[in-house]
Design a protein. Structure first.
Length: 309
């Protein structure tokens, strides 16, 4: 494990009010980089980002959780710089579950750990909580509902229009198109998914994380593994199955009412049928897909309150 100190930055580029450390460690044969805040030895809060994003997406939440008494770790998902491109080329959701569980163990998480996930990170959080329930006390997920709830609405015409990029990513053109014109594709997704939010800082960090052809291929590889079972390996069968299971822990699910990626019509009280006892559904008025950023003054206190209960 290696560590060095670095200051976080606000969306404006100004330094954050707390120091955020950077480090890396080997996880399941892949070097995983991470951001870290809070006191080592405190209850672990593992924060998982999605696409198209990076661990810097949590720069506002990290100091709040650290102040609430957590040891906060936000990894860059496998393939996203400065994490390594995994030599095993595993991008199925079960691989993210395995990484989350391994990170819990590497940081000595214990039974009081909590896990927070957005987008792909949400799917990994559901799976990790279901696969290793003794490791995580509470779960927070946003922007992608649990698998059972998602299956009820994903194939509507309105949602299929929003999800066009998933199907485009199955094509041989995907890598070339995403890389064109300084990855203007990424700018477009952020603008569509969280309309009105100034994503200048976030888009720059995302482009750093996806700044080479093999890293763009890695990010797209997650989507290809959704539909191609040949990209799944038997040794991750348990972790993969857990992504379809109901996590038993109390879970806070957050969804922005103006999410341009996952439509608000996907979300209803039925979400709670696919979450553990004591779970909550929290709609974020005016929030986009990245509600933890564009409505952080609403979202982050809800997360802290839930995780400290």
């Amino acid at each position: 494990m290696t560590k060095d100190a670095a200051h976080g930055e606000q969306a404006s580029g100004e330094p954050a009010s707390v120091e955020i450390a950077r480090g890396s460690l080997a996880v399941n044969g892949t070097e995983i980089a991470y951001l870290e805040s809070g006191r080592s030895g405190a209850p672990l809060a593992l924060l998982l980002h999605g696409f198209p994003d990076s661990a810097w997406t949590w720069r506002y939440l990290m100091p709040e959780l650290a102040s609430a008494g957590f040891h906060v770790v936000a990894p860059f998902l496998r393939g996203y710089a400065p994490s390594a491109v995994p030599p095993d080329a595993r991008y199925q959701t079960g691989a993210l579950v395995a990484d989350a569980v391994a990170l819990h163990d590497a940081f000595g998480g214990g039974p009081d750990a909590v896990i927070v996930g957005h987008d792909w990170g949400a799917m990994a959080a559901y799976g990790a909580a279901a696969f290793a329930p003794a490791r995580f006390r509470r779960v927070v997920a946003s922007a992608v509902p649990p698998a059972g709830a998602l299956a009820q609405g994903i194939l509507t015409f309105a949602q299929l229009k929003r999800s066009w990029y998933i199907f485009f990513f199955q094509s041989v053109l995907a890598e070339a198109v995403v890389s064109m014109d300084d990855m203007a594709f990424i700018d477009g997704l952020w603008a569509d998914w969280s309309p009105g939010y100034d994503a200048t800082f976030d888009v720059a960090r995302t482009k750093e994380a996806l700044g080479s052809p093999e890293r763009i291929a890695a990010a797209i590889g997650y989507y290809r593994a959704l539909f191609d079972a040949s990209k799944h390996v038997p040794e991750l069968a348990g972790e993969q199955a857990a992504t379809q299971a109901i996590p038993p822990q109390p879970t806070l699910y957050l969804h922005g009412t103006k999410d341009g990626c996952m439509g608000v019509e996907l979300i209803g009280e039925s979400v709670l049928e696919f979450l553990g006892e004591g779970s909550r559904l929290s709609m974020v008025e005016g929030g986009g897909h990245f509600a933890h950023l564009d409505r952080r003054e609403i979202v982050n206190p809800r997360i802290v309150e839930f995780l400290t209960a």
